[in-house]
Ligand binder design. Structure first.
Ligand code: IPD
Ligand code: CA
Ligand code: CA
Ligand code: CA
Length: 273
């Protein structure tokens, strides 16, 4: 049964507290120097000690505050819960930027509930925090409560013209995935103002939520990349669609933007118009 003693707003407050602590730790570790600890799906898919240490820090904080909840983390955490709530977290979204000391990376922490239709992974965020420590930007949202950047309400872009839209996207780590993404990019780039590949899907989604990108799409995202920031985008007015109306958004593909532009973007990216 879903825990009824804690409101989504309180879960969002908890996520923010932990994300801020993790963000501070990430900066400390960066200052001490970063090296690649291991690679995952390919030689360009890196993990650092900071990714692992921050996942540990977040998991310990969540275990202490919410011992009955499940936890799913990018760096290997998989804890079954009994409360109905599962935390989905990415300790550092934008590891390549972190390694190169480029500022766009973020901690993403989301409280999710089961929902077979909302996203491809069968879960949906009800409260979330995405914290970008280098820009000291805290994005948060809870279901029905709107979205904020550093406590101030944010709203998606009102630009409904794809030709003058700035579009965020991202690429994966395997050659096969990159070639697929190149095909999508080739269709969309000539049809829009420009493309941004900022390097952190969670941050891209927050930028879309704040109207600093007009829309976003990506193929191959994992639950921890989008669990938090997708809720933030939706609460800021975005609609999120998948490959087609029957396919929930998520790993296969995700398009995020104003409800009146998001399907046009999909048609262009998929070569349907
Ligand atoms: C990656 C980033 C990137 C996106 C990749 C993700 P990571 O996450 O979000 O922007 O294009 O698909 O895997 O590995 O830096 O946490
Ligand atoms: Ca990663
Ligand atoms: Ca990620
Ligand atoms: Ca990560």
């Amino acid at each position: 049964s879903t825990d009824t003693h804690t409101s989504p707003q309180q879960l969002a407050a908890l996520a923010q507290t932990i994300a801020r602590t993790a963000g501070a730790r990430i900066l400390e570790l960066r200052a001490a120097g970063v090296t690649v600890a291991a690679t995952k799906s390919s030689i360009v898919d890196m993990v650092t000690e900071a990714d692992r240490a921050c996942e540990q820090l977040i998991v310990e904080a969540l275990r202490e505050a919410r011992p009955d909840d499940g936890i799913l983390g990018e760096e290997g955490t998989g804890i079954e819960g009994t409360s109905g709530i599962t935390w989905v977290l990415d300790p550092i979204d934008g590891t390549t930027n972190y390694l190169y000391d480029l500022p766009a990376y973020a901690v993403s922490i989301a409280a999710t509930v089961e929902d077979p239709t909302a996203f491809a992974d069968g879960r949906r965020g009800i409260a979330a925090a995405v914290y970008s420590p280098r820009s000291d930007e805290m994005f948060d949202a809870w279901q029905g409560g709107g979205a904020r950047r550093n406590g101030e309400p944010i709203r998606i872009s009102g630009n409904l013209d794809l030709a003058t839209s700035l579009i965020g996207t991202g690429f994966g780590y395997t050659v096969e995935r990159k070639l697929e993404q190149l095909e999508l990019l080739q269709r969309v780039l000539p049809r829009v103002r420009d493309i941004r590949r900022i390097g952190s899907a969670a941050y891209d989604l927050c930028m879309t939520a704040a109207g600093r990108l007009d829309a976003f799409y990506e193929k191959g995202l994992q639950p921890w990349d989008y669990a938090g920031a997708a809720l933030i985008a939706v609460e800021a007015g975005a609609e999120i669609v998948g490959l087609d109306e029957a396919t929930p958004p998520g790993e296969p593909l995700m398009f995020v933007g104003h409800p009146e532009i998001v399907r046009t973007l999909r048609d262009v990216v998929l070569g349907r118009e």
